[in-house]
Design a protein around this ligand. Structure first.
Ligand code: HEC
Length: 227
């Protein structure tokens, strides 16, 4: 197929650009306030790469040719697209073009819609850290993710308090996925992350780290340390 996009010329169609822009106005999005450091750039490379969302499978990235579907170069998008449009589009490409092969990288269904799941609100500590309250299959859960600073080390901890439940049911807390190995009594390597789990025994099963939970009260503390 030898189709050529004709050139219309600025004099003929130049005035359409601002009109199209106002017709396609986006909801204003909150400012992400990301500092333009080297970390942001390398995190971006990681996210579009094979270890992340694999955008480069379908989008050429500068001199790197896409390996699958050949789509628009990711590096020239910043010249063509506006940031608010990009963000709304990335959340749900189907809304712009039903049937497109461009996947959505983010879940577009809320966890609240899962069967057996009930959100019960949240509670805040004095310094505004949330504990999420929810129910899964009759188990009542309090979930407190919390960044911890110990000297020069910063890590993340997550305390799950699980109550109630049905004696005939086992709930599985999935504490990690991917390449997992046991490196200590309650210690696991999950990809790049070192994680400890106390309060209940965790088992590795098919690239998943699972903590079986039965009726009663269980308090699990998981920590995440990264290099
Ligand atoms: C399975 C292949 C595939 C993957 C993976 C993919 N895309 Fe796409 N993308 C496409 C296709 C095909 C289009 C063209 C959309 C259309 O017209 O249907 C597109 C369009 C886009 C557009 C609109 C571009 C424009 O200039 O109009 C953006 C932005 C985009 N992709 C960003 C991304 C990002 C960011 C990722 C990774 C999070 C990603 N894509 C992953 C196939 C893919």
């Amino acid at each position: 197929m030898h189709t050529r996009m004709p050139k219309f010329g600025t004099a003929n169609v130049g005035h359409l650009a601002p009109l199209l822009e106002s017709a396609d106005a986006q909801r204003p999005l909150p400012d992400l306030n990301l500092p333009a450091t080297r970390d942001v750039k390398s995190d971006g490379w990681k996210m579009v790469g094979a270890q992340g969302f694999s955008c480069i499978k379908c989008h050429t990235f500068g001199r790197f040719q896409a390996t699958g579907v050949q789509s628009i170069d990711l590096q020239i998008m910043t010249r063509r697209l506006r940031e608010d449009w990009f963000r709304t589009y990335a959340m749900n490409p189907q809304a712009y073009r039903p049937g497109t092969r461009m996947p959505s990288a983010w879940p577009n269904e809320s966890a609240r819609q899962l069967p057996g799941y009930r959100f019960r609100g949240y509670r805040l500590t004095d310094d505004q850290r949330p504990t999420f309250l929810y129910e899964v299959d009759g188990f009542r859960i309090e979930d407190f993710p919390n960044p911890v600073e110990e000297g020069i080390h910063v890590f993340l901890s997550r305390r799950l308090t699980i109550r109630g439940g049905d004696k005939s049911k086992t709930l599985y807390y999935r504490a990690g996925t991917g390449a997992i190995s046991k490196i200590g009594d309650n210690e696991f390597q999950i990809g790049e992350i070192r994680s400890t789990i106390t309060g209940a025994p965790a088992v590795i099963h098919n690239n998943q780290l699972l903590v079986p939970i039965t009726a009663g009260t269980t308090e699990i503390l998981q920590t995440y340390h990264w290099p």
